[in-house]
Ligand binder design. Structure first.
Ligand SMILES: Nc1ncnc2c1ncn2[C@@H]1O[C@H](COP(=O)(O)OP(=O)(O)O)[C@@H](O)[C@H]1O
Ligand SMILES: [Mg+2]
Length: 312
């Protein structure tokens, strides 16, 4: 086994903005590799360069032994892509949409028919195949997109935030589909800004922010980045800048990220700072409505490395 996708020092500039700013990673055959980062991190731009949709400013991408700049045809044949934006014909049925995509990949006749049936089955849409897409929920449309991405049985599947904005049931179905595809041998590059998804799915994870990979490894390796630090999530009414500043000054508090009515506090000693944390907030005129302590996860890694929270 070797790397089936190799990205080396990849850069994409849009004018002054380095949307992707020197990214390198290698995906081993059979892995589910996660690219985790907030909106604007550069995930879609990275995927677009791997799938030959946009040209890199510099750097190299190799997929299954072929380079995107010299052998884009071979790269595209090895890849299945599930884009963020849905690209389907609403007036056609799921099966008809897939037939369109299958023909684009050069499938026809009995082979095409079988490929459509297999893909619909995998996407859990076999019983709805003859309905027009316009009647589908957002989640079902996403599943058709996934079916379209796997029609030609690619070696590597690139999935760009496939669960954003859909119902929980479809979301769970998509996560299970990714697991099943991987069990059947498919290598997957999965991008998301939901840490729970990459924690659940991915063998290795690259955390991305502002066009750069700021940490990479297995979930265990990434958790070690924050050592024994917990996140204390405090919901507060009447939070002021002064209150936040006082919390930051509490001994044992490593980092604080503030949203409108909550604080995320990174600390090695959640047990011992709790009383002081509540007292500090209350005396600064804020009212604590709930406190939750979470053990080290990708959220705490992100908070530790960037000083901000992953959630949007
Ligand atoms: N075609 C483009 N022209 C100019 N800026 C772009 C273009 N595409 C993306 N960007 C910018 O590049 C950055 C990374 O975007 P993107 O790759 O879409 O991030 P993500 O997928 O992680 O949310 C963002 O700041 C975005 O606004
Ligand atoms: Mg994106």
């Amino acid at each position: 086994m070797g790397a089936i996708v190799e990205v080396v020092d990849l850069v994409k500039r849009f004018g002054d903005l380095a949307a992707v700013d020197g990214v390198s990673f290698a995906i081993e055959q059979g892995e589910v590799f996660g690219l985790l980062g907030p909106n604007g991190a550069g995930k879609t731009t990275t995927i677009s360069m791997i799938s030959c949709l946009i040209e890199a400013t510099s750097g190299s991408v190799t997929v299954d032994g072929s380079k995107v700049d010299t052998a884009p045809g071979a790269v595209k044949a090895a890849l299945g892509v599930v884009p963020q934006e849905i690209a389907l014909y609403p007036a056609l049925t799921a099966a008809e949409n897939l037939a369109f995509w299958g023909k684009m990949y050069g499938l026809h006749g009995a082979e095409l028919k079988q490929a459509i049936a297999d893909a619909l089955e995998l996407a859990g849409l076999a019983d709805r195949a003859k309905e027009r897409i316009e009647k589908y929920s957002g989640g079902m449309k996403r599943r058709v997109n996934i079916a379209a991405g796997i029609l030609h049985k690619p070696r590597v599947l690139l999935m760009d935030e496939p669960t954003v904005g859909i119902d929980p049931q479809s979301r769970n179905h998509i996560l299970e589909t990714v697991k099943n595809l991987n069990t059947a041998g498919m290598t997957v590059l999965y991008t998301s800004h939901y840490m729970e998804e990459v924690e659940y799915l991915c063998d290795r994870i690259a955390i991305m922010d502002h066009g750069r990979i700021i940490a990479m490894g297995t979930l265990g390796e990434l958790r070690d980045v924050v050592g024994g630090m917990d996140i204390v999530d405090v919901k507060v009414d009447g939070l002021s800048d002064e209150a936040v500043a006082q919390v930051e000054a509490i001994p044992g508090v490593e980092q604080v990220d503030r949203t409108e009515a909550s604080l995320q506090v990174l600390t090695r000693s959640s047990g011992s700072i709790m009383g002081r944390l509540v007292a500090t907030l209350e005396s600064a005129g804020a009212h604590v409505t709930s406190i939750t302590v979470t053990e080290p996860n990708l959220e705490s890694v992100f908070l530790h490395l960037t000083g901000k929270s992953l959630r949007d």
